[in-house]
Design a binder for this molecule. Structure first.
Ligand SMILES: [Zn+2]
Length: 57
């Protein structure tokens, strides 16, 4: 799982593809910047996945 923190404090998490898509959309909407997948992955950090929630059965 990856996490990206923007210079404005906005963060997102998800798979590599999800983070790339979210950061591209955020950069465009919030900053008017087009980011490439390479640029995004360069600032993405690997984070542990969230703990599994207990079965609510
Ligand atoms: Zn931002």
């Amino acid at each position: 799982m990856k996490e990206v923190t923007c210079i404005c404090g906005w963060t997102c998490r998800g798979t590599e593809d999800e983070v790339v898509a979210q950061v591209m959309a955020h950069g465009r909407d919030a900053h008017g910047i087009e980011s490439t997948r390479e640029e995004i992955l360069a600032i993405a950090v690997e984070v542990p996945p969230p703990p599994a929630s207990p079965a609510a059965d």
